[in-house]
Design a protein around this ligand. Structure first.
Ligand code: SF4
Length: 658
């Protein structure tokens, strides 16, 4: 028996980007555990990380390419699968042009080389693509507007903070490795403030939980902005020297009424005053989650929180900052070196509106769609319409490990390799700045290929001769060439279990040179603030606001495939006692949630974690578990960033059997 240990990093779309040690026995990965030496992972990984081995060796993995024949899938060879796809592509391109080909992907599996598939479509011509975002788009757009870029403080900088404000983020379940940092800072005297409409597990190690109404975050932030300006409590030097637009904001918030703002956010003015006290106890750091920007005014919401950082003098200082994401390496990848000489002019559609708008595209209509690293039949907003849209597309190719709710809609399904079966670079933590060389650890048992190999073969088959044909390591070397300030090199990355580039340990914006057009921090304009305020009203047809949150045990829908729950749980506030009494609802009762988009069945659970009028449930449920929660969510986009507005979901409870 041979036993060896090798290191790799987790490819899931998670803040943490854990470093893992794989125990390999006789050529098979036996287990994965957290790398004890890695400063972030600190020897532990989450349930999702531990499940990687079982998922890789799962009997449910797709074994071979499959083709739908008379409504049933049959296994076929790779040659037949790729020949079929190539001939369909040629046919549709000849008949309708390249715009009739659409590509849809997302962050279901991370890695530098996963993005090479995008290049294939660049080489194919001007195709139909999806911009915008299901995850974090509004916040990214917001911070780019305010700061000019999206940068986070390095993890250990939290120890300099006197106050840690966790705004709409739930590290206890979705950013686990931030928790030891928060707890250590708290033990050293920092106060931890949680702002969240749900009393999440993070409340257990917070000193104060401010429970706002869903969508009321910007109103709360604006009340604090108004209070700081009215009481002359802001950092004059920073505002005078390093910002643009302060006077306009100041004039606008002066006319806002605290009672209106409190009505929107559900807080008390005393909460605002106490909050101003803590944020002025500089340095105070803010960690924002992605839920607060999944609203119609999600961009404005993040911009309002950024204003607090600016006014309180917490920008560019150790222990401060408004940490939304930490895009460290993405902009330094040398895609230009491998791009086609002539950049195609793709046709774009906002991703959150795919369900309703894809079929509106004409001249030409979309005839073919490639879907990879995602399960949009479950994860897109308004999935009822999305599924019908996918069904109506003439030829669909899905790349995945498992027969997801999306894969079953396909005409051809291609099995892809798991991250331990391929070589790649992992670099995409939204929080810390580590980068990893993930070497192929084992051979795959199933007849899977990497996305890189699939698209390289396809390029050959359809005669796209200019598409670069290189090995995985050649691609990595090429993409990391001239990685500007970081000077990344494949051999250096390969020789280290993990790499941390020292120059990202600087404090974001400490030179106050912002990357905005003015070179200053730019406040959101009064018109945007006004639009947000005017849009807040509670006169919607459906009583409940439904929040769909990330599960601790699953990255979106990926791991909920293992759940044997017949129906998901939906949590209702015990404060809704009148309605519970009136409808004679019981704890554990199966009910229907319904709105204009669709309905799902769910088991009611009485909870003290939410407020009156708010329901919450985990997202990511498969149809076998009672239906996607996105059967209920709107297919709209946020004010900026084309972000999905999942949290603008309203519904009613319908009692079954009456
Ligand atoms: S999902 Fe996140 S916390 Fe879990 S192992 Fe992967 S990177 Fe670590």
């Amino acid at each position: 028996m041979s036993i060896e240990y090798k290191y790799c990093a987790c490819p899931l779309d998670c803040f943490d980007l854990c470093s893992m040690r794989a125990e390999i026995i006789d050529g098979k990965v036996n287990k994965l555990e957290g790398n004890k030496e890695h400063p972030i992972t600190q020897g532990f990984i989450c349930e999702k990380g531990r499940k990687h081995v079982a998922r890789m060796y799962s009997p449910l993995r797709i074994q071979k390419p499959m083709k739908k024949v008379n409504g049933e899938f049959v296994e076929i060879s790779w040659n037949e699968a790729l020949d079929t796809i190539a001939s369909k592509l040629k046919h549709y391109i000849n008949q309708y042009g390249t715009l009739s080909i659409a590509q849809y992907n997302d962050g279901g599996a991370g890695g530098l080389l996963k993005n090479v598939e995008n290049l294939f479509f660049d080489y194919l011509g001007n195709v139909t693509l999806f911009n915008g975002n299901l995850c974090w788009g509004a916040g990214i757009a917001a911070q780019k507007s305010d700061f000019g870029d999206v940068k986070g403080h390095y993890p250990e900088d939290i120890y300099h903070a006197k106050t840690i404000i966790i705004w709409g983020r739930n590290p206890a379940e979705t950013n686990l490795h931030l928790v030891p940092f928060i707890k250590k800072a708290r033990n050293q005297g920092a106060k931890v403030i949680l702002i969240d409409p749900i009393k999440t597990a993070t409340a257990a190690f917070s000193d104060w939980h401010i429970q706002l109404r869903p969508g009321g975050d910007a109103a709360f932030a604006l009340a604090a902005v108004k209070y700081m300006i009215e009481h002359n409590l802001y950092d004059h030097a920073f505002i005078n020297n390093n910002t643009k637009g302060f006077d306009e904001v100041s004039a606008y918030v002066k006319d806002l009424r605290y009672e209106d703002l409190m009505q929107i956010c559900g807080a008390d003015l005393n909460d605002v005053k106490s909050f101003v006290d803590v944020i002025l106890n500089v340095p105070a750091t803010i960690y924002i989650g992605y839920g607060i920007q999944r609203y119609n005014y999600g961009g404005l919401t993040v911009r309002a929180v950024d204003m607090l950082g600016a006014l309180s003098g917490n920008i560019g200082v150790a222990g401060g900052g408004v940490n939304y994401a930490n895009k460290v390496y993405g902009d330094h990848v040398n895609w230009e070196a491998v791009a086609p000489v002539k950049k195609p002019e793709h046709r774009y559609l906002p991703k959150p509106k795919l369900a309703t708008d894809l079929l509106q595209l004409k001249n030409p209509e979309v005839k073919v769609i490639f879907i990879s690293r995602s399960n949009p039949a479950v994860q897109l907003p308004n999935t009822v319409a999305a599924v019908e849209t996918f069904k109506s597309i003439e030829f669909k190719v899905v790349l995945d490990y498992f027969m997801t709710d999306t894969a079953v809609l396909a005409d051809i399904v291609l099995p892809v390799t798991y991250f331990m079966e391929e070589t790649d670079i992992m670099y995409s933590s939204m929080w810390n700045g580590y980068i990893f060389y993930n070497e192929k650890l084992v051979n795959n048992d199933v007849e899977a290929k990497s996305e890189l190999e699939i698209y390289s073969l396809l390029a050959e088959k359809i005669g796209v001769s200019s598409f670069p044909q290189m090995s995985d390591t050649q691609w990595i070397s090429k993409l990391l060439e001239n990685s500007s300030e970081f000077d990344l090199d494949i051999n250096a990355l390969k020789s280290n279990t993990y790499t941390y580039v020292n120059n990202i340990r600087s404090i974001p914006w400490e030179d106050f040179k912002f990357k905005t057009p003015s070179g200053k921090f730019e406040f959101a304009g009064a018109e945007a603030l006004k639009q947000y305020i005017e849009a807040q009203n509670d006169s919607e047809a459906y009583y409940f606001k439904l929040l769909t949150v990330h599960a601790r045990e699953s990255l979106h829908s990926q791991h909920l495939m293992d759940s044997d729950r017949k129906y998901p749980e939906v949590y209702i506030s015990k404060e809704d006692a009148d309605l519970i009494e009136f409808m004679k609802l019981k704890d554990g009762e199966l009910v229907k949630l319904e709105n204009q988009y669709g309905s799902i069945k769910a088991e009611l659970s009485f909870s003290d974690k939410v407020q009156k009028g708010v329901l919450y449930m985990k997202e990511g449920w498969w149809y076998k578990n009672g239906g996607s929660v996105n059967d209920l969510t709107p297919h709209e986009v946020s004010d900026i960033g084309n972000q999905a507005t999942y949290n603008e979901c309203r519904c009613k409870i319908v009692k079954l059997g009456v």
